[in-house]
Design a protein around this ligand. Sequence first.
Ligand code: LLP
Length: 439
Amino acid sequence: RGTQCINQKGHLTIGGVDTVDLAKKYGTPLFVYDTALIREKAEAFKKAFETYPHIKWQVAYASKAFSSVAMVQLIHQLDLSLDVVSGGELFTAVKAGFPAERIHFHGNNKTEEELIFALDEQIGMIIVDNFYEIQLLEKLCMERGRTIDILLRLTPGIEAHTHDYIMTGQEDSKFGFNLGDHSIDEAIQLTSASNYLKLNGLHCHIGSQIFETDGFELAIKRIYQYIENWSEKYDFEPRVLNVGGGFGIKYSKDDQPIPLKRYIDVIVNTITNESEAKGCAIPEIWVEPGRAIVGEAGTTLYSIGAYKDIPNVKKYLAVDGGMTDNLRPSLYQAKYDAVVANRANEELEETVTVAGKCCESGDILIQDAQLSKSVSGDILAVFCTGAYGYSMANHYNRLPKPAVVFVEEGDAQLTMRRETYEDLVRQDIMLQEIAKAGY
Ligand code: LLP
């Protein structure tokens, strides 16, 4: 995957850097990002769109997948746009010097404070999710005597997951305005008449880890069923159609992703055909991949510690992280592959269950991993942890968050420091009486 190789010592290398050296230098658990692979994925999206010179497009990286100042800077270098879903992600983007006009702000319950922050930063687009937000944003713009560009998020009644999609007439989702019950019509009516909210178009996101193109095609077709009606009634035609993210990646050997270009081809062709059929201009097409940009580029290095062999049942191997740095196995039963990084060319002799170190029986990273025979002190590399790993990391059991390094062409750069115990208690406040006693 990406620049992964095995060197003469039999060690796993990423970006030309020995992972065992990385573990030694920066400690474990450690997130290692193969930035060449991130570039490659970004280029694949751009190239896919560039085959349609008449189409205007934007690829926005969904920073919820992994956000840090360095990551956002890399996205800037790659000339993508950026999605943020909170004041914290927006703050990270601002700190990284990301151009405000290419920041899109999502979320189903943006606070007044967050919206003010977004307005003050003059960000390019707010994806408005609900009637409360329409009112709030309108009030904030009125007070400031200014306008803001918006998209309306709609829920198209199509939910796509991996190989399946579910069509639901009346969608049960906390996100967006439903198509089925005409809340989207009301939202279009309200915002297209607003002096403060400039309705640019529509947004939908149909799910995650999608391996088929049908869900996108259906969602687009469903939206276009209403286009003439909106145009007649509210004089509204979308200038932008954002079809979200969700492009599937290869977490483990069981996953069979399709080339990124295939999604883009289907999205572009469906929108083009539908626009022609309905006699409207082809809108700008926006997508928002998160995991497809960073997922495969991330590898987590752990140190192997304890073993527990239960004869005739299973063998556990415990690592120095777990559900604190990768919540996905316990939250979604997500599957991962791993290799013993310092024995990368040895035979796979053992079937072991890789456990984390948290006080929770469900803290299992990999069930039945096929690994070479290892000993305590070896380094385990778990692949494809670049998306929703660090970004969903937590402090359960007061474990400090890992460090993050970017590697490329033989160089490693630390981009997030490992948290210290001091970091963990930084926000703690002493019990008053003890503080007073000067203890
Ligand atoms: N756009 C919108 C509006 C989204 O809600 C999401 C993800 C994305 C884009 C990016 O989706 P991606 O391309 O990364 O699949 N924590 C879960 C994923 C939650 C995704 C939420 N929305 C996980 O670890 O799988």
